[in-house]
Ligand binder design. Structure first.
Ligand code: MN3
Length: 200
């Protein structure tokens, strides 16, 4: 039962007028994400300990094993991208009421949330991810993780919204300007309805 690359929930061209071009999505989904899936399936084929486990179980199993770092990173990247495609929307940027109220309660304002998320995304040195998570204390917070890691693995909370800050996600559209890519995501691309649904 191999892992599979799902279709994008929108056309490859659907986000082009909001700052994420067709070529970016074709490469990111069809090449980068596909490679994580193919590589992960190769590891599972050769390692009986991984067989029959869910994606989340493989992430937990490989998290603290140095020998399994490539398994962890490819499994994490598969999970992260499954999330990421849903965290983007051709109608993105608008924050629905229940999530907005929670953001204002926990960050003070929407602007303060965006500043904190930008700080996490820009401050992640090298490749990785920025996140909005619901912590175990019931409060929203931002987080950042390197490479293929994520808040499932670090135990930082339940993921509401994640942003890929690997260069492959923005270099064609924004060149080296990661802060502009992050700001564009928060204002025009982020699927806050998906984030609100993840609140539970
Ligand atoms: Mn990526």
């Amino acid at each position: 039962m191999a892992f599979e690359l799902p279709a994008l929930p929108y056309a490859h061209s659907a986000l082009a007028d909001r700052g994420m071009g067709q070529e970016t999505l074709e490469l990111h989904h069809g090449k980068h994400h596909q490679t994580y899936v193919t590589t992960l399936n190769g590891f599972v084929e050769k390692n009986a300990d991984l067989q029959g486990k869910s994606l989340e179980e493989i992430i937990a199993f490989s998290r603290d094993e140095a020998d399994l770092a490539p398994v962890f990173n490819n499994a994490g990247q598969h999970w992260n991208h499954l999330h990421f495609w849903n965290a983007l929307s051709p109608k993105g940027g608008g924050i629905p009421g229940r999530l907005e109220a929670k953001i204002v309660e926990d960050f003070g304002s929407v602007d303060a949330f965006k500043d904190a998320f930008k700080a996490a995304a820009v401050g992640q040195f090298g490749s990785g991810w920025a996140w909005l998570v619901l912590g175990e204390d019931g409060k929203l917070k931002t987080a950042k993780t390197p490479n293929g890691s994520n808040p499932l693995a670090t135990g930082e909370g339940k993921v509401l919204l994640g942003l890929d800050v690997w260069e492959h996600s923005y270099y064609l559209d924004f060149r080296n300007r990661r802060p502009d890519y992050v700001g564009n995501f928060l204002d025009r691309l982020a699927n806050y309805e998906f984030a609100e649904a993840n609140l539970g």
